[in-house]
Design a protein around this ligand. Structure first.
Ligand code: ADP
Length: 484
């Protein structure tokens, strides 16, 4: 393609002058042979070479003039040579030569027109803001538009003829061989690529490849259209980072709300350690030390010490800030752990717990801490909301189950309360950031919960329960543990 376009691009002036000079010299030589040589041949036919020589060098009008001049020279030679004694053979030779020159000129003009149309179409590619280039055999660049010049900083003259992946230091999202196979199979490919500009700066592009085939269906070239998405990627990364930070901050804030429960969780086993320690001393201080009782007191101490350290470990896990993980999580186990931190909250708010766990112990793929954060957020909201109803009616239902949904195994976690619910018209607002009806509420809990669940390719929704209360449902894809 580039070769064709090169032919039709406007030639620089010195080159044109040179070519015209060569053509003129050629015409003079032909004229001399035609006029002076005694050969009985249609030498003037060779003027067609002069016309062909200039086809891609001069514009339409000049070419027409060149053709006319060649015809004129042919007739001039004929007149000089056969002024007195012209015969049928020489007239026929002259006519054949003039016909050859005319036909060549006409065909050359037609060729020029077709090439110009092609150039205009190709120039359209230069209007594109995207980088468009064509790669032929062995990844060699054969066409390079202005968008590519702008994006990569390589001028056309330097890019054409180079290997694309080497010139742009392409980093592929999968093996280049696999991409090549996909292009040959489907005729197209789309994906993100990382390139390096001429000045060494990186650029991320959304790349679309289309395969060009010849009449027999054999691949001959690939057109690559690349749009710069570096800024967008940077913004997305920033957003991802900001969301992670926010999730961490709200998690720590939630832990702040749980201070009473946490203190109790740690205090209880520690108090038991002290009691057991005292009992142990008493058993040992007897006239005849009761070693059996002392041993069991020490064992109790160890158990309680372990329990306290487990709570601390769980808290540290919740407070940890790190990249979200994608690991199998036993949903029942994760729910149980989250409830341990909520135990005190439930009793403080006089809320009964109704737990119904799927006996199969379903797993999902995700970040245990983040999923627990969601459960704690939802349960804490429910517990707090139930402050508005009489104690006897306060009950938190927590249910895990699995089901088939459009042929996919799903895990469902339902958190239902018997509180006052919300005004139906506010239901769509619940998951909005900063929506809160609490005087000290941040309004981030549900919004963060939703982004966590969506990042796990799941869904979270809220519905009003008939007779009062709210039900929050979290749906996630079930992760089938490989049977060992
Ligand atoms: P916050 O708890 O800081 O207000 P959330 O995003 O967790 O922020 O909750 C937003 C709002 O949704 C709450 O202020 C409350 O009005 C409402 N809400 C959430 N859960 C419940 C519930 N179980 N029952 C009633 N209202 C709820």
């Amino acid at each position: 393609m580039e070769a064709v376009l090169d032919q039709v691009r406007v030639k620089p002036q010195p080159r044109r002058v040179f070519m015209l000079g060569v053509a003129l010299a050629l015409a003079v030589v032909i004229f001399a042979i035609d006029t002076l040589s005694p050969l009985d041949m249609a030498i003037a036919v060779l003027y067609a070479v002069v016309v062909l020589f200039l086809t891609n060098e001069v514009e339409r009008r000049t070419l027409l003039l060149v053709g006319a001049a060649c015809v004129g020279l042919t007739m001039l030679s004929f007149t000089i040579m056969h002024r007195e004694n012209y015969n049928l053979a020489s007239v026929m030779r002259c006519i054949v030569s003039i016909a050859a020159i005319s036909v060549t000129t006409l065909l050359s003009l037609k060729n020029q027109k077709a090439t110009r149309a092609l150039r205009e179409q190709a120039d359209l590619l230069d209007l594109s803001h995207d980088a468009v280039f064509v790669r032929g055999d062995s990844d060699i660049i054969t066409y390079w538009n202005q968008g590519a010049e702008r994006l990569y900083g390589w001028p056309r003259a330097e890019a054409v003829g180079r290997k694309a992946s080497q010139l742009l230091h392409t980093v592929f999202p999968e093996s280049p061989l696999e991409i090549r196979e996909a292009v040959h199979r489907a005729g197209r490919w789309e994906g993100e690529l990382s390139h390096t500009r001429r000045d060494g700066t990186p650029v991320v592009v959304m790349s679309r490849w289309s395969l060009q085939r010849d009449a027999r269906g054999r691949p001959i070239a690939t057109m690559e259209t690349n749009s710069d998405i570096t800024q967008r990627k940077r913004a997305e990364d920033g957003l991802h980072q900001a969301q992670a930070e926010l999730a961490h901050v709200t998690r720590v804030a939630t832990m702040g709300e749980l201070t009473a429960s946490i203190a109790h969780e740690i205090n209880q086993p520690l108090a038991a350690v002290v009691t057991n320690g005292e009992a142990c001393l008493r058993w040992l201080g007897r006239d005849v030390p009761d070693l059996g009782e002392a041993k069991s007191a020490v064992e109790q101490m160890i158990r309680n010490g372990r329990r306290a350290s487990e709570v601390v470990a769980r808290l540290r896990a919740l407070a940890r800030r790190g990249e979200p993980l994608r690991l199998p999580v036993d949903i029942n186990e994760a729910t149980g752990e989250a409830l341990l931190l909520l135990e005190r909250e439930l009793s403080n708010h006089r809320v009964a717990l109704d737990l119904s766990l799927d006996p199969k112990g379903p797993h999902v793929l995700g970040d245990r801490v983040q999923l627990q954060q969601v459960l704690i957020n939802l349960a804490l909201n429910a517990i707090q909301a139930m402050d508005a109803v009489p104690e006897a009616r306060r009950c938190l239902h927590l249910e895990t189950s699995t089901r088939d949904e459009a042929g996919q195994r799903r895990v469902l976690i339902k958190i239902t309360d018997t509180g006052p619910g919300v005004d139906p018209q506010n239901l769509p607002l619940l998951f909005n950031a900063f929506y809160s009806t609490k005087s000290d509420g941040m309004g981030m809990g549900l919004s963060i919960s939703r982004s966590i669940i969506e990042a796990h390719n799941g869904l979270v929704s809220a519905t009003l329960v008939e007779g009062g209360g709210m039900c929050f449902s979290v749906t996630l894809s079930e992760h089938e543990e490989p049977s060992s």
